[in-house]
Design a binder for this molecule. Sequence first.
Ligand code: C5P
Length: 225
Amino acid sequence: LAKGPLAGIKALVTSGPTFEPIDPVRFIGNRSSGKQGHAIATALARLGADVTLITGPVRLADPSGVRTIHVETAREMLGAALGNLPADVAVCAAAVADWTVSNASKEKRKKYPGAPPPAIELAANPDILATLSEAGSARPRLVIGFAAETEKVLEHAKAKLARKGCDWIVANDVSPATGTFGGDFNSVHLISASGTEDWPRIAKADVAERLAWRIADFLKPGGAE
Ligand code: C5P
């Protein structure tokens, strides 16, 4: 049986990008590496949680001790998330594509000499974080989202907390001056209805561990934020 402060706790983590097909061989994606989400899944498992990681396509190994489900599209990610409720805590770290290709074709799009390029039509994707936050009696006790901002970090993150209906936002300052993009260190703020914690500049791996301990503190019997 698992030991640790999160023993008996079920956690859902989303990570990585989503890929939205244009046709059977092409897609729209993004540059998310999945490092932060995978690190969070690992940190939660180390504290004893029963972790399901739902990940888009990444170049990372499945973390050991974590049940990993591989998906491609936002719709598949949402289906996997809803299909793995109930959970005590959900951490939405995935960089979900905002749009899917509504006119994706079953056959590979052909290029014909002289013909204009095909038009790609987009439609909004479901918001996984918002959907989990509104899941009624199936709602995890603690729903956590991420916000990467380049300006007015706290203001934008607080608005996101309200808009998505989640409990905490990990706001990530990615303005060029911080060196966060491509760097090993991160400066985050943990935002909840009751206030803002400014974390020191720490290694990205340590953000995951610190968040896992913070989750354990919140979920422990009698724990509060
Ligand atoms: O709205 P925005 O993409 O900036 O919000 C980021 C947060 O929302 C992240 O936690 C991300 O995982 C989550 N999200 C989601 N589904 C979407 C879009 C964002 O879960 N379709």
